[in-house]
Ligand binder design. Structure first.
Ligand code: TYD
Length: 204
């Protein structure tokens, strides 16, 4: 039976997910909790292949083929990292999860609802999702690296629009324009609250 807690961070490139995922993991570890910090695309061969593809100048795959690669990577991530950690009662923090496929491959023209269903057929639903919300222009201004094709403003506006339409009581939208420390304090407080409720539910 599943006992751990699954937390996903989502948002457009440059919204600060990776920094916040790390800060949360450190704070929870300092409280003596068992935490696994992970990310998508994953760190296995498939994930590395995907990262190389995303950084390349040529985004030649059809949207369906791209989605298939992300799904394959996620299947591996779920089986090898997420499910074992949850079964061991750990807190899993993932920097991107299946809502990234919904938003990014949805922005290529695939149906977001269908992408969601394909994912929820095998991937456990997160207990909590922080959706970091930041205007695309601000998010892009923060990136200190050469732009990937996935970071073109018009494309990211579409990604942001799909994120905006996501529904579910487990999805919390957070204004990501605050300083990293202020944002961290807010996310940590909300995580502890959710963990408290989660613990009570398990006992009750
Ligand atoms: P990102 O978190 O920006 O990785 P990095 O740590 O290298 O900065 O993710 C890489 C890109 O992958 C990002 O532009 C979003 C894209 N992506 C998808 O298009 N679909 C997906 O399912 C996932 C997980 C990521």
């Amino acid at each position: 039976m599943r006992r751990g807690f699954l937390l996903a961070l989502e948002g457009v490139d440059g919204s600060g997910k990776s920094t916040q995922a790390r800060l949360l993991a450190v704070s929870l570890l300092q409280q003596g909790r068992e935490v696994v910090l992970t990310q998508e695309p994953g760190s296995g061969p498939l994930g590395q292949k995907l990262r190389r593809y995303l950084q390349g100048a040529d985004r030649h795959l059809a949207p369906e083929e791209e989605l298939d690669l992300f799904l394959a990577d996620r299947r591996e991530h779920v089986e090898q990292v997420i499910r074992p950690a949850l079964a061991a009662g750990q807190i899993v923090i993932t920097d991107r999860y299946y809502y990234s496929s919904v938003a990014y491959q949805g922005a290529l023209g695939l149906d977001p609802t269908w992408i969601l269903e394909e994912n929820e057929a095998f991937a456990p639903r997160p207990d909590l999702v922080f959706l970091l919300v930041l205007p695309v222009a601000q998010a892009l201004a923060r990136l200190q690296r050469p732009r990937q094709l996935s970071e073109f403003p018009l494309y990211l506006e579409e990604v942001a629009a799909i994120y905006h339409n996501l529904q579910g009581s487990h999805i919390q939208r957070v204004d990501a324009s605050a300083s990293p420390q202020a944002l961290h304090a807010k996310l940590l407080a909300r995580t502890l609250e959710a963990l408290g409720e989660f613990g009570e539910e398990r006992q009750g």
